[in-house]
Design a protein around this ligand. Structure first.
Ligand code: BTN
Length: 253
C-alpha cells in the first residue's frame, strides 16, 4: 500500500532505536547483519518497502509485493552466559501478537512453534532470528515479516495457508502504525525477566494441549503440544504417553 506511513514512522521511533529505511533491498537481514559486523548498536532497525530476495526459515524465500508487508530486521546484542538465541524469537513473536491485538482488538493472534504468528489458523507473520557470537557477545539479527495489506489473490500465490491483517480485519492497515506498536511491545518485553516472557509466549501458543500431527525428520505422528523448553525446543506428548523434545519438527493441523 504505497503512501501509508511506513517511511514516516522511521522518523518517529521510540528512544534508543536507530532506523534505516529502504524502498528496495535484497533482504533486510543482510543489511542488518552487515551493519552489525560494522558495530551497529543494539536496537538498530532495517525496514524495507520491498525485498527482492526475502528469506524465511529453512532456506525458504519470503515473498511480498511492494507495499504489502511490514519487513524489518533488528540487531540485538546479548552478554548472557550461556547465550539464549531462542529468547529473540519469542520476544518478537509475543511483541507482534500483542501489537496486532492492540491495533485490532477483535483479532486473536496465536504463536505457532517455532516462528509463526497465525490469525484464524493461517500464517500472518514469520520471524527469522539469526545469531552469531564474537566470543564475548551474542549478536542476534531478528527478522520479522508481517503480511499487512496483501490481497487474497496475492497471498494465494505465496501459500494457501497465508493471510494478511487486511484480510482478517476487513480494512487496510497502516504499516507504520504496526511498526511503532511492535517496537513499543518489544521495549516492554526486552526489560522483563526471561521466565515472564516465556510465560507470555506459552499463553499464546497455538493449539497448546490439543492433538496435532508432527512431521519430524521424515516421520509423521500424532502428538499433544505441551510447550517449549527454555532453549526453544518443542515439548510434545506422544500417543504412548511418553514425552519428547524436537528442534526440527513442523506442526500440521
Ligand atoms: C519465516 O516465515 O520463515 C520467517 C520469515 C521472515 C521474513 C522477514 S522479512 C524481513 C526479514 N528479511 C528477510 O529476508 N527475512 C525477514
Amino acid at each position: 500500500m504505497a503512501g501509508d506511513g511506513l517511511a514516516q514512522a522511521l522518523q518517529a521511533l521510540p528512544p534508543d532505536w536507530h532506523g534505516h529505511y529502504f524502498d528496495v533491498v535484497d533482504s533486510t537481514q543482510d543489511e542488518a547483519r552487515a551493519a552489525a559486523g560494522l558495530g551497529a548498536p543494539a536496537r538498530s532497525i532495517f525496514v524495507a518497502d520491498y525485498q527482492r530476495a526475502g528469506r524465511g526459515r529453512q532456506g525458504r524465500s519470503w515473498l511480498a509485493g511492494p507495499g504489502d508487508a511490514l519487513m524489518l530486521s533488528i540487531v540485538f546484542r546479548e552478554r548472557a552466559t550461556p547465550p539464549r538465541p531462542w529468547r529473540w524469537t519469542s520476544l518478537a513473536s509475543v511483541a507482534l501478537a500483542e501489537a496486532i491485538l492492540e491495533l485490532l482488538p477483535d483479532l486473536n493472534p496465536a504463536i505457532k512453534w517455532p516462528n509463526d504468528v497465525l490469525l484464524n489458523d493461517r500464517k500472518v507473520a514469520g520471524i527469522l532470528a539469526e545469531t552469531t557470537s564474537d566470543g564475548e557477545q551474542l549478536v542476534a539479527v531478528v527478522g520479522v515479516g508481517v503480511n499487512v495489506n496483501g490481497a487474497p489473490a496475492d497471498l494465494e500465490r505465496v501459500s494457501t495457508a497465508a493471510t494478511s491483517l487486511r484480510n482478517v480485519a476487513g480494512q487496510s492497515v497502516d504499516r507504520g502504525q504496526v511498526l511503532l506498536t511492535l517496537l513499543r511491545r518489544i521495549d516492554f518485553w526486552y526489560a522483563k525477566p526471561w521466565p515472564e516472557l516465556h510465560g507470555a509466549w506459552l499463553a499464546r501458543l497455538w493449539r497448546r494441549g490439543q492433538r496435532l500431527r508432527l512431521l519430524d525428520l521424515g516421520t509423521e505422528e500424532e502428538v499433544v503440544v505441551l510447550g517449549a523448553e527454555l532453549d526453544g525446543s518443542l515439548r510434545v506428548r506422544l500417543a504412548d504417553g511418553t514425552e519428547r523434545h524436537t528442534t526440527t519438527g513442523e506442526l500440521i493441523s
